[in-house]
Structures are given as C-alpha cells and as structure tokens.
Design a protein around this ligand. Sequence first.
Ligand SMILES: *Cc1c(COP(=O)(O)O)cnc(C)c1O
Length: 382
Amino acid sequence: MAYFGLLIIVLLHKIPFNSLVAHHASMAGEIEAAIQSVVSKNWFVQGSEVKAFEQELANTSGTRYAIGTGNGLDALTFALLSIGVGPGDEVIVPAHTYIATWLAVSRTGAKPVPVEPEIVSMNLDSSLIRTAITGKTKAILPVHLYGQACDMTSIVSVAAEHELVIIEDNAQALGSTWEGKPTGSWGMVNATSFYPTKNLGAMGDGGAITTDDEDIAMTCWQLCNYGFVEKNVAVRLGYNSRLDEIQAAILRVKRKYFSKMIDMRRDIATMYVARLSDIGDLILPVETPGAFHTYHLFALRTNYRDQLKEYLAHHGIETQVHYPVPPHLQQAYSYLDLTQGCFPVSEKIATTALSLPIWPGMTETQITEVCDVIRLFFNRHL
Ligand SMILES: *Cc1c(COP(=O)(O)O)cnc(C)c1O
C-alpha cells in the first residue's frame, strides 16, 4: 500500500536533477529590474555593473582583484597564461575532475599531469603530488570538487617546497573555505565559473579570475580584452572573453541571497545524510575537517550505481554522474597514452559515483521521496 502511494506521488511530479525555477521566482522582480536598468543605461559590455560586481566578488573572495570573463574555462586558461604557463611546462591536475580543468592547461600549450584523488573526499590526494613533480612542473591546479575545499595546507606546503605556483579551479566551490579562508584566495591566481547551475549562477555563461597580485590582474584584464592596455594599444596576443553587463547585473542580485542559497544546499545535504546513512552499500559524502562544504553537488558512491540510476529514473527522479569518463580516457587526450588502469581510484569513482538532485528551493518532501526510492531499490533488489 505504501509502495502504491509512493508510486502515485512520483508519477505526479518528477524530481529534476536541478531546477532554477524556485530560486529565480524568489527574486524575479529584482532580476527583471536589474536587466531593465542595463537596457535603460544602453551600455552592455565593460560598464558599471561589471565593475561593481568585480569589487563585490573580490570582497567575498578575500582577494584584492576580481576580473570577469566570458566563462570559467577562459578564466582558468587566462589564469595559467598570466603566470607564464606555456609549451614545455607541466601542470599538476586532479585525475578526477571536469575536463575543463585539463583543457585550460592544454590551451596554454602545457601538459596536464594527473594525480589520483583521495577516495573519501574525491579531491586531489596531496600526499601523491610529490611523485608527479618533474623539472618541467610549473604549477599545481587543485579543484575543489563538488563544493568541498582541497587540503590547501598540504598543497601550499608541497608547492612552497618545490617553488611551484598554485592556481585554484574554484568553479564548483564559490563560498567554500579551507581553515576559514575562502577557496579562490589560496592560489597566486584562481578561477571560478558562473555557469547557471554553479553555486552562484548567471543566466548564461560567465566566469571570473581572482588574485591579490596587481600585475597578474592587469595581465588577465588584457588577455580578456584583445591584449589592449588601453583602447587600440595591444601589448600581447589577447582574446575576447568578458562578463557582460546584463549577467553582472543578474549576478549582483543573486549575490545578495548567496549565503542563504548555500545554507539551503547544506541543509539538503544534511537531510540526505540523515536519511541515507544506513542503506545498502552507499558511501555518503564526508566533510573533511577544515573544509566548509557548499555542496555544489551531492555525490555518493555505490557499486550498484548504474542500476540505481536507472531505478531512480523509472521513478521520475533524475540523477547525474560526475564524471562517467575521466579526462585521461577521453579521445581528446588519447595522445597522452594514459590507458585504462592508469588511474584506478579515479576510474573507480567514474563507475561508482552518483549525484543526487540538489538545488536551492528543493523541498523536504522531494528529498524524502528521493531517499524512499533509494531505500526501496536496495530493499527489493539486493
Ligand atoms: C564548470 C567547471 C569549469 C568550467 O566553467 P565554465 O564556465 O562552464 O566554462 C571548470 N572546472 C570545473 C571543475 C567546473 O565544474
């Protein structure tokens, strides 16, 4: 009978992996006014909204400078270029990450050198970094995956020991901290993304670079703007990749509710953990001591990942896998000759990780529903 009732509930309303509807509805008037104000000012690129947003972002990131870019991949690429990474250099990257981390390194002409994740946090295993360092290593590029900070204390100490630069990929972790200090403020220069589903999302593409270094900030600004130091004076081969005024205006509205949104993500994660802690072989996310986790994603692990994903889908619950194919096994990286078995921890995560729905405004009823269906799967099928 309970099962029948549950069936009716799930048939009535599907649970998407992510939904921005409730989030945007809660501030719809303000967002519309912000867009209208840009239209009225009739100024769409490199104006006062971007300037104001960059200042606000620098303040929350605890850095002197923030520079808006067209997207997170460009932000990361320019961050690497700004410290002189290029052909012949090696950059240490996590074996388990979104491919954009590796692509940014490749775009500069440098070679991504992967290091295995640590299985509990699924973040870069700092104890293995030393084994990957060669005479060509220039930088370490840690990724705060799923919204949880890497162990920056250890990474800073390895980097100092070998005179390497740190560049953080903070695309998934805006608002997170390590030992109380914001992610995106540890590296010499760092990058984040405002892709719509990220912790702070625009209504289109966007990204930013954060740094304390004035010269690096200037270089990044030039890279975003054709290499110009001033109008029509080009000092380097630049690009065109800028945050635009409408996106900046939207981000400024959303920023006001940012900490509330992070609280919501954390509350959802707490409810998931409470309801799923005793089920099957599930391995739930664990918060690393020292890390303030913002739960961009709620990624659990199970050996029955594919069956569970399919079962949830049949019950109207959408989940995702971050990420089913590690970068080293992508065709794009076949030239590195890193075959199956090269990074077993990363490959294990690729076959066992499953991300559950999580978004600001997701209701407790929906969370309970997801958990009930997961429990049902393990009760009936194992
Ligand atoms: C989203 C993301 C990026 C790229 O950001 P875009 O704005 O989509 O280009 C880079 N690294 C990681 C870890 C990401 O999750």
